[in-house]
Design a binder for this molecule. Sequence first.
Ligand code: CP
Ligand code: NVA
Length: 335
Amino acid sequence: MTSLFGRDFLKEVDFTAAELDSLIDLAATLKLERAEHRERPRLTGSAVALIFEKSSTRTRCAFEVAAFQQGAFTTYLDPASSQMGHKESIADTARVLSRMYDGIQYRGAAQATAEELAEYATVPVFNGLTDEWHPTQMLADFLTMREHAPRPWGDITYAYLGDARNNMGNSYLVMGAIMGADVRICAPRALWPADDVQALARERASVSGARILITESVEEAVAGADFLATDVWVSMGEPAETWAERIEILRPYRLDSTVVRGSGNPEVKILHCLPAFHDASTQVGRTVAERYGMTDGVEISHDVFESPASIVMDEAENRLHTIKAVLVATLARNP
Ligand code: CP
Ligand code: NVA
C-alpha cells in the first residue's frame, strides 16, 4: 500500500487516485476485521485533538470511536472550550497541540484555517469539513458506492443535485474527477461550483478519464445514474434568511420519486451525507414545512429517504471505517 504516514488529510486534490483508493481499501479491511471480531489496535498510546468550530454528529463520533477502537485517546474541543481564534492564534494552537497530540482534526468555516493549522503543526491535520471541502465524507461515499456497485470507478455514474457550490458539491465534483467516474453536478447556474473548482476538476479528469457534466437539467443529469446524491440546501454557517431564496431556486432539484424514476435505473441507489430534512421532525424541517409547504421533506422526499434504494445509513456507518483508515494510514507505524 502507498504509505501515507505523516500526511495531512486536507482536501481530495492533494491525493492521487491510487492514494485515495488505498484509503478506501484500508477502510474495507478495517471494517471486515471489526465485523469478524479480530480488530488489531494500531494506535495504542496515540492521542488526537478534535477541534470543532461547527457542530457534528457523524464526524465527531466517527473520530472518537475510530480512535478508541484503535487504542488512541481523543480530546474534543468546541469553540467555547478552546482558546483558538479568540485568545490564541492558529499558528500557536497548532504548535502547542503538536507537542501533546499525534494528530489534529479540524472542522470549521475556512479551508484556510485547516491549511494554516497544517502549516504550523508538526503532526498530521485532518479536515473534518470546511465550507470548501468535505474529504472524509468522500471516502465514506466512495466506500459505500464500491460496496453497492463493485466495479472500476470508470464504470460508476453518479449525480449530485442541489446546492453545488457548497462543500459537498465541490467534493463530489473533484473526487469523481480524480477517481475517473462519470460525474454529473446538477444545480441552477447560480449554485454551480466556482470556476477554479471546475478548472481543478477538469484538469484531474483529463488525467483520469473522468466524464464531467455540470448542468441545470435534472433529466440530463440523472439519466442512467447508478447513484443519486443530495445535501441540505442551507449549510451550517449560512443565515436562516437564505432558506427563502434557496427553496425558490432549488425546488426543481429536490430528490423525489419522479427524479429517481428519471434515472431509468431500477437499481439506482440514494446517497445523502446527513443530516437530512426529509420530514417535519426537526426544528428546521418543521419551520420550512410550515413556511414553504414542504411537509414531505425539503432536499429529499421522505419516501425516497426511507425507500429500499436509500443507502444513507450504510454511508453514515462508513464514516467510522473510513475515518479510522485515515487515522491508521497517517498515524500508525505498522498499519
Ligand atoms: N455528514 C456529516 O459530516 O455529518 P456531521 O455534520 O453530523 O458530522
Ligand atoms: N453542506 C453541509 C454538510 C453537512 C455535513 C454543511 O456544511 O452544513
